[in-house]
Design a protein around this ligand. Structure first.
Ligand SMILES: Nc1ncnc2c1ncn2[C@@H]1O[C@H](COP(=O)(O)OP(=O)(O)OP(=O)(O)O)[C@@H](O)[C@H]1O
Length: 289
């Protein structure tokens, strides 16, 4: 008699937290993501970089249930990734977006509380009737949201309208809202886009603090200095395919990466100087969100 396969209970296995295998996403005739493998271990910070249109955001969307990959497989915490965003959030994956998506006319605290809705269990009737379970969960949500605002450096600003926060503070609020769903993995899509150097440094510290809470992070970013300071591992996407993956120093030194960003040597690239931030960034990426 054959031995039945051992099924790994979610959260208990030794497998990577996230495992994408041969993920492919096609839009009509365009292959935006082409057979990409990527793993993120528990508590790791992994960077995903690549020139404009390389497929980074599309790949993210395949990891959050926004897109169901045309081909390939995504496993999270020992199980197949569910096919819908709300279920993916409940499974433990949270994300922020390239462009800020806050509820501008809600308070800072309310924005974070909204992020907890996948973790509250009071049913509709309890909510309408404001039953004891609803009231207890509401108290807990308020208290946890306050803690998260402290954690991201927005303590004392909970009663402001989100739209009145500075740009950098709004980005922090997005992270607090994502953390409110109690993720095991946080996906950040260009968290420092449009930030000044001080805000970028603060974001770097915040992401390290998130990891210190045991939460793994996968981050898309164009600011190379940020990525190199932050990540345990970096993967480079070019035209939908993974070009290379490795330690930040190795990736930065790889000629193929320099070429992908700056063009082949015949294109007379500007010199790549470690200390010159402008030269280590994608020249097409001086964007503001
Ligand atoms: N919904 C869609 N329908 C059709 N094509 C799409 C769709 N989403 C993305 N694409 C295309 O897929 C390719 C990859 O786009 P994607 O936004 O994933 O790249 P990216 O690496 O995130 O770029 P950027 O750094 O500019 O944000 C591009 O050619 C883009 O035009």
């Amino acid at each position: 008699m054959s031995t039945p396969p051992v099924l790994e209970a979610p959260g208990t296995g030794t497998s990577p937290l996230l495992e994408a295998r041969r993920v492919t996403m096609r839009f009509g005739g365009l292959t935006a993501v082409d057979g990409v493998d990527l793993t993120v271990g528990r508590g790791q910070i992994v960077g995903l970089i690549g020139p404009n249109g390389a497929g980074k955001t599309t790949f993210f969307n395949c990891l959050t249930g926004l897109y169901v990959p045309t081909d390939g497989e995504v496993r999270f915490d020992g199980a197949a990734l569910p096919p819908r965003p709300a279920k993916v959030t409940r499974a433990g994956v949270a994300r922020t977006f390239q462009n800020i998506r806050l509820f501008a006319n809600m308070t800072v605290l309310e924005n974070v509380i909204v992020g907890r809705h996948t973790r509250t269990t009071a049913g509709l009737l309890s909510a309408i009737g404001r039953g004891p379970r609803y009231r207890r969960e509401e108290r807990e949500s308020h208290s946890r949201a306050g803690e998260l605002l402290e954690f991201v450096g927005l303590g004392g600003q909970g009663n402001q309208l989100a739209r009145n926060l500075s740009y950098g503070a709004q980005r922090r609020l997005e992270i607090a809202r994502a953390l409110a769903s109690e993720p095991k993995l946080l996906l950040l899509d260009e968290p420092t886009a449009g930030m000044n150097p001080q805000e970028t440094r603060e974001t770097e510290e915040l992401v390290h603090a998130v990891r210190d809470q045991g939460i793994a992070v996968l981050v898309i970013e164009h600011d190379m200095r940020f990525i190199m300071n932050l990540c345990d591992r970096v993967a480079v996407l070019v035209q939908g395919s993974k070009l290379i993956e490795g330690a930040p120093g190795d990736v930065q030194a790889d000629e193929r990466v320099v070429e992908a960003y700056l063009g082949a040597p015949d294109d007379e690239p500007p010199p790549l100087d470690e200390g010159d931030e402008a030269a280590t960034r994608d020249p097409n990426q001086e964007r503001t969100a």
